[in-house]
Design a protein around this ligand. Structure first.
Ligand code: NMX
Ligand code: MLT
Length: 436
């Protein structure tokens, strides 16, 4: 029945020794070379980051501490009447590397429930923001503002030793995760429900069910979808924009609230987390223009071609690392097949999956023609009545916090220094090439 803090402290102690030895022995081993094209190409493929929590394989997709999505679905603790992993358990897994017991997972749920309440100043700030300010801007502001009571910040200024920093970062991470559903639900109710609804935690429920309830829903199948959603988006190695931004900011020893506030701003970009909003918007426009909720394949093909011709990307398709269909897409697709197989927009998502890859494959410049997670998440939320597309990325943001806050704790435990890669001017690169 060991608790999270003591399990983690043990793991950190042994990893500190193991990794110190590893770097001492192999610190000079080369992993690759950097080409000039990579400097101009978003650093694609440059092996440069440490991420202990998950590993992304271009063909297989993500593994969380070595466990694939189906393995997590099989082995992780579930809610009483659910089949999907509890995100609280994923937090335990990402932090410690071990699959928790049901009892250990419940300890996380209980702690998050106990710490969920928002300070009055955060509530007031959210209640006074303009309703037409994007939910992601509101989300990032609320997360940033929580740094007023950061334990890490306080510890840093009171002279706590560097070796102890991770403990205070962990406390901030737990506090933040506990409060995220409350923040997110308040934003939703303020924008779409005139501020009405509950913000009280039901201590008998898990994190996802409480979030669903605070959003104003009571369907247990929707709660199950939230568990799946919040599990799937939790981590995607550390090179993606939201994780890398969070790491970069935290490497300056900014506290976890500041770091994740910045990460959320990156997640809000249309090429990253905002794509789930864009997908449903694009599908809605297609349905309107073609005059059908589930248009035939040839019409969908024409619409896709038209989108590409107008210079837009097909949202939900392609990926900087993946070279096959995202297994997160497959997990969401399996959920759709099980619970809403006849829903017309779900059927259209299936048609799009049939039509888009061959078209993108024929455009040589596109490295990955396959669907990513964002191609499927929105349609499921919509089916259960969460129809406000502009809000979708907030769910992604609640989930991604699990991974990046675990990573901050590890980076502090391993005392990874401030990130500061070298940059060049184009003239300096030309001079370098001439001198060779
Ligand atoms: N539709 C049309 N064109 C595309 C697509 C797509 N789905 N994906 C890539 N391309 C283009 C891309 O814009 C680039 O064109 P150009 O050289 O003219 O600038 C070219 O193909 C080469 O891009 P890649 O090297 O294949 O992809 P890259 O690694 O640069 O970008 C994404 C990855 C994900 C940003 C890109 O595939 C994309 O814009 N997809 C649509 C948006 C999306 O679904 N984003 C969500 C990603 C997942 N997430 O959750 O964050
Ligand atoms: C993510 O989950 O962060 C996205 O798939 C983007 C990425 O990995 O680059």
């Amino acid at each position: 029945k060991a608790d999270l803090r003591s399990v983690l402290a043990e793991k950190i102690k042994s990893e500190q020794e193991r990794l110190k030895k590893f770097v001492k022995e192999h610190g000079n081993t080369k992993l690759g070379e950097v080409k000039i094209s990579q400097i101009y190409g978003g650093m694609r493929g440059i092996p440069a980051l440490l991420c202990e929590t998950s590993l992304l394989d271009p063909n297989e997709g993500i593994r969380f501490r070595g466990f694939s999505i189906p393995e997590c679905q099989k082995q992780m603790p579930k809610a009483e009447c659910g089949d999907e992993p509890l995100p609280e358990g994923i937090f335990w897994l990402l932090l410690t590397g071990n699959i928790p017991t049901a009892e250990q997972t419940k300890m996380v749920t209980d702690e998050w429930n106990a710490k969920a309440a928002l300070p009055d100043y955060v509530k007031k700030m959210l209640d006074n923001l303009p309703k037409d300010l994007h939910p992601m801007s509101q989300f990032s502001m609320a997360v940033t503002s929580l740094n007023k009571d950061s334990k890490f910040l306080k510890a840093y200024h009171s002279g706590v030793k560097r070796a102890e920093f991770w403990k205070y970062s962990l406390e901030d991470g737990i506090t933040l995760l506990a409060k995220l559903p409350n923040i997110a639900a308040r934003i939703y109710r303020n924008i779409y429900r005139d501020g009405k609804g509950c913000d009280e935690i039901d201590k008998k429920l898990d994190w996802s069910a409480n979030y669903g309830r605070m959003l104003g829903f009571d369907d247990p199948f929707f709660f199950e979808l939230l568990r799946l959603y919040l599990f799937l988006h939790s981590d995607h190695d550390s090179g993606n924009v939201s994780s890398h931004t969070t790491h970069l900011v935290a490497s300056a020893l900014s506290d976890p609230f500041l770091a994740y506030g910045a990460g959320l701003s990156g997640l809000a970009g249309p090429l990253h987390g905002l794509a789930n909003q864009e997908v449903l918007d694009w599908i809605g426009k297609m349905q309107k223009e073609l005059g059908s909720k589930n248009p035939p394949e040839d019409k969908v093909k024409e619409y896709v071609q038209k989108t590409l011709k107008s210079g837009h990307v097909i949202p939900g398709y392609g990926h900087a690392v993946l070279r096959k269909t995202d297994p997160r897409y497959m997990a969401l697709q399996a959920f759709g097949e099980r619970y809403l197989p006849k829903y017309e927009t779900y059927l259209l998502v299936k048609t799009i999956y049939k039509v888009v890859p061959p078209i993108l494959k024929s455009m040589q410049k596109i490295k990955n023609p396959w669907a990513n997670v964002d191609a499927h998440s929105g349609v499921l939320l919509r089916y259960y009545g969460l129809k406000e597309m502009e809000y979708y990325t907030v769910l992604f943001g609640i989930s991604r916090a699990i991974g990046v806050l675990s990573s901050i704790t590890w980076h502090r435990a391993l005392q990874i220094p401030i990130e500061r890669p070298k940059s060049f001017t184009s003239d300096a690169l030309m001079k370098f090439v001439k001198g060779k």
